[in-house]
Design a protein around this ligand. Structure first.
Ligand code: ADP
Length: 241
């Protein structure tokens, strides 16, 4: 991918969005027949399928927790999700890290004390990657958990934000990074947020942001999460229509 001359010009990004716009999103709750809960999601060209099983018996047994459910996540980027020669199949350090932080971000919302000695397994399959895959997968995972009937304090909604350079050397904070923005932007953050109870459950950052840029980004991310939250609720409602 060639480096573009700029990522934002007169307040408009390369794909026509303003800084506060998320890409067009589509969510289908109950996308899979065999999983207890599932969701298919598109965020621009990023496409993810999430399947949930549980609460169910814990294997291996020694991982069982006496007072709460064990929440496990497996994030996987399919080898066909990116340009052919790039991604090698199987779990690597990046997917292990994303699986771990995703489980923590979702466990914060799930009423795990209600299901001691059980496991809730969340499988996230990225079938097409155009950046922001971990946050897109988290948004879908919440819908899949709700679809599985798993009680939660609130739904986790997730989005990325970052800093883009402009035509005149300006630096602009924007939400929902796509691939060119992720590659050539000045910073990139992933956040997960529970809009109803106003709590963040994940915050990761690549690059550098000044404190006021971070504040602006968090405020934009909260606003974007509230919009995504409405889409999550609508997807769950459609399932029962
Ligand atoms: P996220 O997808 O959550 O933004 P990263 O910042 O690690 O996570 O990755 C950004 C994007 O870079 C991914 O969405 C994907 O498009 C691309 N990418 C990541 N890892 C690989 C890889 N091993 N091969 C090809 N592309 C990759």
């Amino acid at each position: 991918m060639d480096k573009p001359a700029w990522l934002i010009k007169n307040g408009i990004r390369l794909d026509g969005r303003t800084p506060g716009d998320v890409r067009p999103m589509k969510m289908i709750a109950g996308f899979l027949d065999k999983a207890d809960g599932s969701c298919y999601i598109e965020c621009g060209k990023t496409k993810v399928v999430v399947g949930v099983h549980g609460p169910r018996e814990v294997h291996p047994k020694h991982e069982m927790q006496d007072t709460k459910a064990l929440v496990r996540c497996t994030y996987n980027m399919e080898s066909f999700s990116v340009d052919s020669e790039r991604r090698r199949p199987g779990l690597d350090r990046r997917s292990t890290e994303i699986s771990k932080v995703s489980a923590q971000a979702l466990e914060a919302a799930i009423l795990v004390e209600r299901f001691p000695k059980t496991a809730i397994d969340i499988f996230m399959e990225v079938i097409q990657a155009d950046a922001s895959t971990r946050v897109t997968a988290l948004t879908a995972a919440s819908v899949a958990l709700a679809d599985a009937g798993i009680p939660m304090k609130d739904m986790v909604t997730a989005v990325s934000f970052g800093k883009l350079y402009g035509e005149n050397g300006e630096e602009v904070v924007a939400v929902d990074m796509d691939k060119p923005e992720d590659n050539f932007g000045l910073a990139d953050c992933a956040v997960a947020y529970m809009p109803n109870i106003d709590q963040f459950t994940l915050m990761q950052m690549d690059g550098n942001l000044k404190i006021d840029e971070m504040r602006a980004g968090m405020a934009m991310a909260k606003k974007a999460c509230r919009e995504i939250y409405e889409m999550q609720k609508a997807a769950i409602k459609r399932r029962y229509e």
